[in-house]
Design a protein around this ligand. Sequence first.
Ligand code: HH2
Length: 281
Amino acid sequence: MTVWLTTRFAVDLSVPRVMGVVNVTPDSFSDGGRFAEPRGAMAHCERLLREGADILDIGGESTRPGARAPGIDEELARVLPVLRHALTLGVPVSVDTSEPAVMRAALDLGVDAINDVRALRRDGALQAVASFPKVGVCLMHMQGEPGSMQAAPRYADLLTEVIAFLAARRDAAVAAGVTRDRIVLDPGIGFGKRVEDNLMLLARQRELLALGQPLLVGWSRKSTLGEITGRTVDQRLAASVAAALMAVERGASIVRVHDVAATVDALKLWRAVQQKERTRS
Ligand code: HH2
């Protein structure tokens, strides 16, 4: 049985898990500041749990292409009240941040995992995480920085480069003292990647399993889905669910989504069919 060890929970990954997104930001591309105010975000955490989320991911920095980075104080003011509340709800809670000071404050509260789109590359991030030896981490691939990453992303060999990056960041985390059973990896859909790169990462996602770590993937509402379907951000539910399902089919253990209820239904059907496949053979 594969598990992801986190501060309070050993997350059983023998079935796919749904991570519900809670953006406490005024400028997220996907939910446009709807939960920018802590009270709204707290209520949203509870709603996502009623819808069947297994994990809550709380973030105070929008990584939308071109987004302005909040200062540390602003990020702390956004996420800490919501984290405090989320940590009372009985499920694993991750904080989506790259900022070591925010990591430390969240770790002091007892957060279960750190989800870092910059894969602990900021000065002090590795040390912050390593000083809490029980915390889980998600390390994500990104080419460039959110401000400029979509300007001209280019890869000589996409899969090789993403795999080498994730292996190197995993190894850096292990060298700093994070055990492998605490690490999940993420190809970073939409982070310094063209539409064709994102599609290729889904088509060939199984190759990432060779890294030997569970995969977390976030396709929810992303612009590649808009490019393929011609839909605006608020009309990407069907494509998001389809992408999550395809990611699970290709070996993802955790899908990071905004539309929890619909994703949970799709995965229930997927599991029911999986079980039939198993009992036949
Ligand atoms: N995507 C976003 C943010 N954090 N973390 C991981 N591990 N993987 C992802 O794909 C990922 C992530 C961007 O999506 P969203 O949170 O909806 O938007 P914003 O960054 O604008 O708040």
